[in-house]
Structures are given as structure tokens and as C-alpha cells.
Ligand binder design. Structure first.
Ligand code: SAH
Length: 365
């Protein structure tokens, strides 16, 4: 595969159609090609038997069908699988597949590193290296489907049913590429994962929240973690730019949020920092009027972290108050601990390694 070849993965349907039109091919060729790429998972043009041989040869000459490289693959005793991906320029990011009885969730990354510096987050200890391209975001799904041997896209009994953008990075700081990737993932003639099964998690990039709802219509998760601005400024420094009141207003008006489609509020449980009953009551007060559910996440410690996880009793008491106010408040069970991975908490060797490899970060968008 020569580096000069253009990768077809990551082109939207419109872009693929335009690309084929430039080769003198009608729109239905692009549609056939789309089917091979995203429904059948073909990685070899020669296998695309509905296309003329000469056309397959032409495609092979000009294009590639990429997958991210795998630097390391790990399987946890609970079935959680983590892939450390290596992209063409050597940068790495992770994706994690979490199988459950009735579904399988893939947690994907949107950036290599992150600019947000949330104090409890390990990814925040490295500076942003770069945004992932749509090709690299979709590539995480393609690779997982390869590994799960889930081609062609099955209608039922899928092992990959849900996607959460909760891996490394802030998806709303890489909106254009994330949007392209999500549109490809949604396409009913390809990967066909419905918008109800896709959740985008943000630390609260307020001006992009509405666009996310309007253009993508996916579920929204907000990493809240504190109930007052003083504490949230410290835990999630982005709060200084977009404080709690503005963030919650964006949630109140999020297109498509209603009782059947609630916004998830993530709340990491930090011992003696944000876990008091008074804060649970304040959380309930803040969420008033928002179709919400609360995800309590036990803090996943990392070496040198300035926090500890709340006690089981504190988490239970907090959860009870939120639940009594009418909100579902499951405590997210840590998964894949033995491989140092859990969705939304991708702590890994790769991150530790990159701390010593910091490069100058581009200014946040
Ligand atoms: N930037 C986005 C998505 C990445 S973080 C966001 O902030 O939502 C995904 C989730 O993992 C967030 O809720 C984040 O707060 C949580 N998280 C990060 N580090 C964690 C840790 N050490 N323990 C528990 N949850 C953590």
C-alpha cells in the first residue's frame, strides 16, 4: 500500500460519490462501493465482485482501504477488549469494546491527547498532540468489527451495538471530523448504528452543543463532576470559559432531549471533594427541568493522582439521594480494570509514555 494512495475510509457518501464521478463513474457505483466498504467490510478491491475487473484494478491503483495499526491488543478477564492503535504517523490512541449481556459498547477516541487538563483525568496530563481525522475515528469501528468478525453488518445479535465518544480527547473540539465520522457510522447502508445508540461525551463546550444536537442528533453526555463553579473551575478548567449555568442552559435547550432521550450527567466520585450528601441535593436542584440521568463513576486512580475514590458508603448515599429525586443513577461498574482500561477512563501505558514525549500543542479551537 503506497503512501500516495488516497484512503477511501472516512470519505462521506457525498465525497465518495464525487470521487467516483471524477473517474467518470455514475452515482450507483459509489453506492456499490459503499456497500463493500461499510456493509461487507472489504479491505481488498479484488473481492468486490459486483464491480468490473478493470474498475477494481483502477481503484486499487488509486486508493487504499485503511485500518489503523494495532500496537497492542489486550483482553480483560471480563471480556473487555482494548486496542492501542497506531496511526500512520506513529501517534497512538485507544479504543475499548465492553461486552454486556444485551449489548456491546465501543468507546472511541476523538483526539490524540487532550487540551482540557481535567485534574482527575490521566489523559489531561498530556497536551494535545493532534485531532484524529474522520478516517481514524471510523477506523476504530472498522477495526473492532474486523476483530469481532462482524461482517457483513448483521441486523440482529450484534456484538457492537453502541458507540460512546468517551475515549481520549474532547469531541466537540474536533467537531468537523467527528461529525463526518458519525454520519458514516449512522449510514443505514453501511455500519448502520442508529443515533439513539451513539453518545457523545463533552466536558461542556457550550457553543458546540446545539450543533451537535442539530447536525448529529446523537445522545449527549455531560462530564459535570461538580455542583458549584469554584470546584468545577478546579476539576474541569473549561468551566472558567463556560460555567455551570451556561452549560445547563445548553442542556435545557438541547435539540431532541426529552424524557425518552435523557441527557446523561457524568459525575466522578472523588473522596471528600465532591461526594457529600449536600452536593447530591444540589445536583438534583441543578438538574431540575432537564430530562436527565446521572452516571456516578467511581474515580479510577492513577499514579500521582491528586484524588482518591469515594468510599462505597459515600457513593451509595449520594446515589440514594439522586435516585429518590426521580433520577436513574447507576454507579458505573469499572470494567477491564486488569488491563487498565475502562470506558471513559482510558488510563494506559500509552498515556504514561507520551507524557515524556510532549510536543507543542496547537491552541484549543
Ligand atoms: N472530553 C470528554 C470525553 C472524554 S472523558 C468529556 O470530558 O466528557 C470521558 C469520561 O471519563 C468523562 O466523564 C471523564 O470525566 C471521565 N474520566 C476521566 N478520568 C477519569 C478517572 N480517572 N476516573 C473516572 N472517570 C474519569
Amino acid at each position: 500500500m503506497s503512501a500516495a494512495k488516497k484512503d477511501l475510509i472516512g470519505l462521506t457518501r457525498e465525497e465518495l460519490t464525487a470521487e467516483m464521478a471524477a473517474l467518470g463513474q455514475p452515482a450507483f457505483r459509489a453506492r456499490q462501493l459503499w456497500h463493500w466498504l461499510y456493509h461487507r467490510g472489504a479491505t481488498d478491491f479484488a473481492a468486490m465482485t459486483t464491480l468490473a475487473k478493470s474498475f477494481r484494478a483502477e481503484l486499487d491503483e488509486k486508493y487504499s482501504i485503511g485500518r489503523p495499526g494495532v500496537a497492542r491488543a489486550q483482553v480483560s478477564s471480563d471480556g473487555t477488549r482494548k486496542w492501542l492503535l497506531k496511526f500512520a504517523d506513529g501517534q497512538e490512541a485507544e479504543c475499548v469494546h465492553i461486552p454486556e449481556e444485551d449489548r456491546g459498547t465501543l468507546c472511541i477516541s476523538s483526539q490524540v491527547g487532550c487540551t482540557l487538563n481535567c485534574r482527575f483525568c490521566h489523559t489531561g496530563t498530556q497536551l494535545l498532540v493532534r485531532n484524529l481525522a474522520a478516517r481514524e475515528i471510523v477506523g476504530q469501528v472498522m477495526l473492532t468489527r474486523d476483530e469481532l468478525k462482524e461482517w457483513p453488518s448483521p441486523k440482529d445479535d450484534r456484538q457492537l451495538t453502541n458507540i460512546v465518544l468517551m475515549g481520549m480527547g474532547e469531541p466537540l473540539y474536533n467537531f468537523d471530523e467527528v461529525a463526518k465520522a458519525v454520519k458514516i457510522i449512522l449510514d443505514g447502508e453501511g455500519l448502520a448504528i442508529s443515533r439513539r445508540k451513539i453518545t457523545l461525551s463533552t466536558a461542556g463546550v457550550v457553543p458546540m452543543i446545539r450543533r451537535c444536537g442539530e447536525e448529529l442528533g446523537v445522545n449527549l453526555a455531560i462530564s459535570l463532576h461538580a455542583t458549584n463553579d469554584t470546584l468545577r473551575d478546579e476539576l474541569v478548567p473549561l468551566n472558567k470559559k463556560y460555567p455551570i449555568a451556561e452549560l445547563l442552559e445548553a442542556c435545557r435547550t438541547y435539540p431532541g432531549a426529552h424524557n425518552a432521550r435523557r441527557i446523561t450527567f457524568e459525575y466522578v466520585m472523588l473522596k471528600d471533594v465532591n461526594d457529600s450528601p449536600a452536593e447530591a441535593r444540589e445536583l438534583v436542584r441543578l438538574l431540575d427541568g432537564i430530562p436527565a440521568k446521572v452516571n456516578l463513576i467511581p474515580f479510577n486512580p492513577w499514579p500521582g493522582a491528586p484524588y482518591e475514590c469515594s468510599s462505597d458508603a459515600a457513593i451509595a448515599a449520594f446515589s440514594e439521594i439522586v435516585f429518590a429525586a426521580g433520577y436513574s443513577s447507576p454507579v458505573r461498574t469499572p470494567r477491564g480494570r486488569d488491563i487498565l482500561a475502562a470506558c471513559g477512563q482510558l488510563k494506559s501505558d500509552s498515556i504514561r509514555k507520551r507524557r515524556s514525549e510532549r510536543v507543542a500543542a496547537p491552541a484549543p479551537v
